[in-house]
Design a protein around this ligand. Structure first.
Ligand code: NAD
Length: 370
């Protein structure tokens, strides 16, 4: 198998964590005789500093020419403290989503049993939770017409959806449900919003083609409560851009830390894989960032973009083994963690590679016994 992968580290801890996502991809390639080639490109603050543009043309061209992209994060304290700055790092992210036609953001919310106590929710409520979110990425009030009255005292953002936008993400969600527990929960506010009534109508239409998948519709406010009360009831959740933005951040707490969650943005072309966290200025450059979300993003790439499900499972299993052996970065350590097993970014990345290599050796020795 031959694949060309673009690495976009971005800003802050982006560089530190993508190093390990890439290392895992290299290891998988070397273990299986795959030919993975890599290139690197700038985005965000780093790109503004170098070129004046958060998404230089060269980056977009490289992105379009690659088979998949591993991204870190963008953002810099300078922009957070000055909302009036017009050229901003996040412009790079919005630009690449548009440029690549990425319309669905997938966020698996999976809790490793080893981290049950790292979440603020009771372990007995969480155990066994496995949710796959599909958040629509190109519509809603984020992209609808924005207006401000002349006297500057009234503002509006048009919440807009077109049938085709709802249809294409609903199809992705139903297809995914077929490979899981065959349940889709569609989330809207059809009691008050016309755009949500369209959303529900289209999801109901798409559902007719998937009679083997159970579909439910829930209001966004109810889901925000149910995610904490009984997260295990959900399998696939499909929702709009804004509701998805809010609900997936809420759901990230189920997994214990932002440093644990991976995501994939997909459309009809190149896939874009990234941790859900930002550039974390507070810990950047200190070898404190948890690299597991980037490593799990690499696993998502293997499965979704390259169809390498078994290899993706090997990466996830290596992460589980590291956690099982008690190793933690600071963000997922608890009072019960052995202080000697609290690791920095590099040491944690190395541990995952060690367990990944061990799994190949175990596989080889099993084969030699046969
Ligand atoms: P953040 O996700 O960067 O950090 C939130 C908190 O979580 C911080 O305390 C941080 O130390 C911690 N954290 C995040 N990732 C971690 C990891 N891998 N390991 C350990 N701890 C981790 O969010 P923020 O502080 O709100 O934003 C910081 C910057 O990131 C801002 O400039 C923001 O605009 C940007 N941002 C970018 C993205 C993106 O690129 N996709 C997403 C969110 C925020």
């Amino acid at each position: 198998m031959k694949k060309h992968i673009l690495i976009i580290p971005g800003d802050g801890i982006g560089q530190e964590v993508t190093t390990w996502g890439k290392a895992v991809l290299e290891q998988i390639a070397s273990d299986n005789g795959y030919n993975f080639t890599f290139d690197e490109a700038l985005m965000g603050h780093a790109a503004i500093e170098a070129t004046g543009d958060p998404l230089p043309e060269e980056t977009l061209n490289k992105a379009k020419a690659s088979d998949a992209i591993l991204f870190g994060a963008v953002g810099h304290i300078k922009y957070d403290n000055d909302p009036t700055l017009k050229v901003r790092p996040e412009g790079g992210l919005l630009g690449i989503r548009k440029g690549l036609g990425l319309y669905a953001n997938l966020r698996p919310i999976v809790l490793f049993d080893e981290l049950l106590e790292a979440s603020s929710i009771k372990p007995e409520v969480l155990k066994g939770t496995d949710i796959l979110f599909f958040r629509e990425l190109t519509g809603d009030a984020y992209f609808g017409e924005k207006k401000r009255s002349e006297d500057r005292n009234t503002a509006s953002d048009l919440m807009i959806y077109h049938r085709y936008e709802v249809e294409r993400i609903a199809i992705k969600a139903f297809e995914a449900a077929r490979t899981r527990n065959k349940k889709v929960c569609s989330v809207d506010k059809a009691n008050v919003l016309e755009s949500s009534r369209l959303w529900r109508e289209v999801v109901q239409d798409v559902a007719k083609n998937y009679p083997d998948v159970e579909v439910t519709h829930m209001f966004a406010d109810t889901v925000s409560m149910q995610l904490i009360k009984n997260p295990r009831q959900f399998d696939v959740i499909v929702t709009t851009n804004i509701f998805g933005d809010l609900l997936t951040d809420e759901a990230s707490q189920i997994a214990g830390s932002m440093g644990m969650l991976a995501s994939a943005s997909i459309g009809d072309g190149t896939g874009f894989f990234e941790p859900i966290h930002g550039s974390a200025h507070d810990i950047a450059g200190q070898n404190k960032a948890n690299p597991l979300a980037s490593i799990l993003s690499a696993a998502l790439m293997l499965e979704i973009s390259f169809g390498l499900k078994e290899e993706a499972q090997r990466v996830t299993e290596a992460v589980r083994q590291v956690l099982k052996h008690g190793y933690r970065t600071g963000d997922i350590a608890t009072v019960n963690t052995d202080r000697n097993k609290i690791l920095g970014t590099k040491e944690m990345g190395q541990q995952v590679l060690t367990f990944l290599k061990k799994s190949v050796l175990a596989e080889e020795s099993k084969m030699s016994l046969v």
